[in-house]
Design a protein around this ligand. Structure first.
Ligand code: FAD
Length: 373
C-alpha cells in the first residue's frame, strides 16, 4: 500500500479550510494550524458568488452554507437618493449570490474539513516554512510534509519567511464592517442588497446586506482622510446625516465594528519548493468585487486537483499557478481599479470585466449542486 501524502497547512481561514477539505477528500492526511485559541471567523458578513458556491459544493460544505444564508431577490445601487442600477438575482437563470455571516460560512467549512479527515489544531502558530517542505512553529517544532500551505492571511509569516518579494498597495478608502439585527428593516426593499452612496455633505457608502433571517451586515466605506466617519467606536452622526433611512440600524451599533483600509498584495510567484502560498497571503484584494474569499477557496480547490493530476508536487504547483493565476490577477486588478475610482457609485455594471470570476466554473467544481432538481 502506498503511504498517504501529507500536508501541513498554516491558517484555518477560508483558504486553509477549503484546501484541507479538498486534500482530505483526495486521500491526503492533512493538519491545519490555527494561531488563535478557537476556530472562528473575523469580520462580520460575506458575499459568496456562484463560483464560491460551486467550490463549497465540491468540498461538501454547500448545504450547510445554503441553510442559514440569505438569498436576496435583488441587488441595487442608490446614489444620492437615486436608483442607478437594479438587478434581479438568485432566481432561475440569474446570478447567484448568497450573503451570510462569516461565522456561518466558517462553521460550515470547519465541518467539511473535519468530515474529510483533516486535523485542526488551535493555538498553533506558524513562523515559517522551508522550501524542502517543513512547517516551522512558534514552539520550535519542524513538521515535515509533502506539501506546506501558507494560508495564513495578508500578514503571512510563511510567505515572509521565504523572502518572496511583494507588491503592496493601500488605497484612499477603507471599510467598517458591522453585524447587527434586522429589526425594523425587513421585507420588501429591505430584503434587497442595497449599495447606498452619498456624495454630499461627504463621500460615504453603506453596502446594506441582509445576511440571514435576523442578521444585517453593513460594510461602511469611509475615506481614510475622513477621521470622523472612519473612527471606531462608530460615530453614527455623519452616517445618519448621509443615510437617514438606515438610522434604525445605525443607532444600535454600540462599540462594534473595525475599520480596514483597502489593500492589495501581489507576489511574483505563488510557490517556493514544496510550499504554496494560498489565499490572501498570495493575493489580498480590495473587497469591491466581493471575490477575495471566492478566489482564495477556488485556488485552494484548484491546488488539490492539480496535485491529483500530476506526479510530483513541483509539477502540480507549476500547473496550478498557470491555470488559476490569470483569473485571480484579473479580479485583483479590477477590484483595485474600482477601489481607486469609486466607480461603483454610478451603479454596478454586471459585465464580464467585473463578474468574470463570479461566472467562472472553478477547477474541480463542475459537478451539479447537491440540491439541483
Ligand atoms: C472589508 C472586507 C470585506 C470583504 N468582503 C468579502 C466578500 O464579501 N466576499 C469575498 O469573497 N471576500 C471578501 N473579502 C475578502 C476575504 O475576507 C478574504 O479574501 C478571505 O478572508 C481570505 O481568506 P484566507 O483564508 O486567505 O485568509 P484569512 O481569512 O485572513 O485567514 C487566515 C487564517 O490564518 C490564521 N493565521 C494567521 N497567521 C497565522 C500564523 N502565523 N499561524 C497560524 N495561523 C495563522 C488567522 O487567524 C486566520 O484564521 C473581504 C475583505 C475585507 C477586508
Amino acid at each position: 500500500m502506498t503511504k498517504k501524502r501529507h500536508a501541513e497547512i498554516a491558517g484555518a481561514g477560508f483558504a486553509g479550510l477549503a484546501a484541507a477539505a479538498a486534500l482530505g477528500q483526495r486521500g491526503w492526511s492533512v493538519r491545519v494550524h490555527e494561531m488563535n485559541s478557537e476556530l472562528r471567523a473575523f469580520g462580520a458578513g460575506i458575499f459568496i458568488w456562484d463560483n464560491g458556491l460551486r467550490v463549497l459544493n465540491a468540498i461538501g460544505a454547500y448545504l450547510d452554507v445554503r441553510n442559514g444564508a440569505f438569498a436576496a431577490p435583488a441587488y441595487e445601487t442608490r446614489t444620492d437618493g437615486k436608483c442607478l442600477s437594479f438587478q434581479a438575482i438568485n432566481g432561475p437563470g440569474q446570478y447567484r449570490l448568497l450573503t451570510m455571516t462569516r461565522q456561518h460560512l466558517h462553521a460550515a467549512m470547519v465541518k467539511a474539513a473535519l468530515a474529510a479527515g483533516a486535523e485542526l489544531v488551535t493555538s498553533s502558530e506558524a513562523v515559517g516554512a522551508t522550501p524542502e517542505g517543513e512547517l516551522l512553529l512558534a514552539d520550535g517544532s519542524r513538521l515535515p510534509a509533502d506539501i506546506v500551505l501558507g494560508c495564513d492571511g495578508v500578514r503571512s509569516r510563511v510567505r515572509d519567511s521565504l523572502a518572496i518579494p511583494q507588491e503592496r498597495n493601500k488605497y484612499k478608502d477603507g471599510i467598517i464592517r458591522v453585524l447587527t439585527d434586522r429589526t425594523g428593516l425587513k421585507g420588501g426593499e429591505w430584503d434587497h442588497v442595497i449599495d447606498f452612496w452619498a456624495h454630499s455633505p461627504r463621500t460615504l457608502r453603506i453596502l446594506y446586506t441582509p445576511s440571514g433571517e435576523n442578521d444585517l451586515y453593513m460594510a461602511m466605506m469611509a475615506p481614510v482622510a475622513d477621521t470622523e466617519a472612519s473612527s471606531i467606536p462608530i460615530n453614527p452622526a455623519p452616517w445618519i446625516e448621509c443615510f437617514p433611512q438606515l438610522a434604525p440600524a445605525l443607532t444600535r451599533l454600540g462599540d462594534r465594528g473595525r475599520y480596514d483600509v483597502y489593500e492589495t498584495t501581489k507576489l511574483p510567484y505563488w510557490s517556493v519548493g514544496r510550499v504554496a502560498i494560498v489565499g490572501d497571503s498570495a493575493h489580498a484584494m480590495p473587497p469591491t468585487l466581493a471575490q477575495g474569499a471566492g478566489c482564495a477557496i477556488t485556488n485552494a480547490l484548484g491546488l488539490a486537483v492539480a496535485l491529483e493530476e500530476t506526479d510530483t508536487v513541483e509539477a502540480a504547483l507549476e500547473l496550478w499557478e498557470k491555470r488559476e493565476r490569470p483569473l485571480t490577477d484579473h479580479t485583483q486588478r479590477r477590484a483595485a481599479e474600482i477601489a481607486a475610482s469609486r466607480v461603483l457609485a454610478s451603479g454596478m455594471k454586471w459585465d464580464d470585466e467585473g463578474l468574470r470570476a463570479a461566472r467562472h466554473i472553478p477547477t474541480g467544481a463542475a459537478m451539479p449542486f447537491v440540491d439541483a432538481a
